[in-house]
Design a protein around this ligand. Structure first.
Ligand SMILES: Nc1nc2c(c(=O)[nH]1)N[C@H]1C(S)=C(S)[C@@H](COP(=O)(O)O)O[C@H]1N2
Ligand SMILES: [Mo]
Length: 403
């Protein structure tokens, strides 16, 4: 009994310390919604796998947690801070027992073990993942799905085998058009309506011409470590340049098909309206749109008048690279070019900063950042409702108090 009591007390102490630690790291919660329950959320999220993880909990079951974007300062997001997006329970898989099947419209159906995969030539690339629902807290009316603030995005270095190498081994048969990536995780969806047809595995398809690109990996390392359980251990896909839902975790099976796949996660979920010939057509979410976010100051921060404040943030696009970021400190009336990190890394985010000469006059000021990529795509000022609850790329106003 004594021992029980002791272990209980120490776990409470640990939780309290975690709360203090995270409160210190994040001066203010970011967007309005969610901030009231911030402390509570932290407490709920305090126990992820193993040690404390430096993420903000959004949902305990299934596990969803965001990167504390206001603390942004390292180009590679540490694994314990990388946002987590799951739809079902995290499967408990051991690398030694794991294998990946490749089947369907192929000449040589395969099953590759973890050891065999490790022996194939590997590639390492840096890629940002962004959940297509990142920044959802900005949407009106409030959405029922995960209300991400700014932290449904993170950047890591991934090592693995190009998916194309496995497809080549399996031999694509004539007429094949897509490959479906299936995860081990499964469950049922009560929402949205219609519900899922009972229990389903997480699965998404990729057109073969995308699947064959060198930036699509079967990854087993993340920032030089084995993939953590929440991020897809032992092997996940990383589809650089596309929204996160394409990067299927806990891979189980690849199915090459000669027909388009219309699974739950690319029809009722993760799909937007596209207008073709004036007719809205439901289309799966694909490439990451150009976007920037201000990490500091945070929403409603008090900034000393007459000071010089370094506005700091990150910008990214899918495959294109960031060419320009502009900052406005007057609610979008005038724009100034920000400094960009010298080196642009394909598929990664690029940091920017702007030295703001804070006026001597107290009041509310609205800060904004707007990114342009090398395909001349500009971050939109307005929300496009055709995007339903996904692809939230419009400029985010950050109101601060100058005092
Ligand atoms: N098997 C499986 N893969 C998955 C998911 C999932 O729930 N199950 N979530 C997807 C979504 S929506 C995102 S945004 C990314 C998030 O990856 P992360 O948790 O490593 O950040 O994983 C994707 N891959
Ligand atoms: Mo996502």
């Amino acid at each position: 009994m004594n021992r029980d009591l002791r272990s209980q007390t120490s776990s409470i102490d640990i939780r309290r310390r975690q709360l203090l630690k995270s409160a210190a790291a994040i001066p203010l919660a970011t967007a309005g919604a969610g901030s009231a329950s911030f402390a509570q959320e932290q407490e709920e999220g305090g126990r992820l796998s193993g040690d404390f993880r430096g993420v903000i909990s959004r949902q305990r079951q299934p596990l969803n947690a965001e990167f504390p974007f206001p603390t942004l300062n390292s180009f590679l997001t540490p694994n314990e801070q990388f946002y987590i997006r799951t739809h079902f329970d995290v499967p408990k898989l051991k690398a030694a027992d794991w294998s990946l099947k490749t089947e369907g419209h192929v000449t040589h159906p395969l099953e590759i073990s973890y050891d065999e995969l490790q022996k194939m030539p590997s590639q390492t690339l840096t890629a940002l993942l962004e959940c297509s629902g990142n920044s959802r807290v900005l949407l009106e009316p409030p959405q029922t799905s995960i209300r991400w603030e700014q932290g449904g995005v993170s950047n890591a270095e991934w090592t693995g085998v190009p998916l194309s190498a496995v497809l080549e081994r399996a031999g694509i048969r004539q007429g094949a058009i897509e490959v479906i990536l299936e995860g081990h995780d499964k469950g049922s969806f009560e929402e949205p309506n219609p519900t899922s047809p009972g229990e389903i595995h997480y699965a998404r398809s990729l057109p073969l011409e995308i699947a064959r690109q060198p930036e699509v990996l079967l990854a087993y390392r993340m920032n030089g470590e084995d993939l953590p359980p929440e991020h897809g251990h032992p092997v996940r896909a990383v589809v650089a340049g596309r929204y996160g839902m394409a990067s299927v975790k806990w891979l189980r099976r690849l199915i090459v098909t000669n027909q388009p796949f219309h699974g739950m996660l690319q029809t009722f979920m993760y799909a937007i309206w596209e207008r073709r010939h004036g007719l809205p057509t439901l289309t799966p979410v694909t490439e990451i749109g150009v976007k920037s976010q201000i990490a500091r100051p945070v929403l409603r921060e008090v900034v000393p008048r007459g000071s010089t404040y370094r506005i700091f943030g990150a910008a990214w696009s899918g495959k294109p690279e960031i060419k320009k970021v502009e900052v406005s400190t007057d609610g979008g009336r005038s724009w100034n070019e920000a400094n960009l990190n010298q080196k642009s890394v394909p598929f990664a985010w690029r940091f920017f900063d702007y030295q703001w000469q804070v006026p001597n006059r107290s009041g509310r000021y609205t800060l904004m950042a707007r990114a342009t990529d090398d395909k001349d795509q500009v971050q939109p000022m307005q929300r496009d409702d055709d995007r339903r609850n996904a692809m939230i790329t419009h400029v985010q106003p950050i109101e601060v108090f100058v005092r």
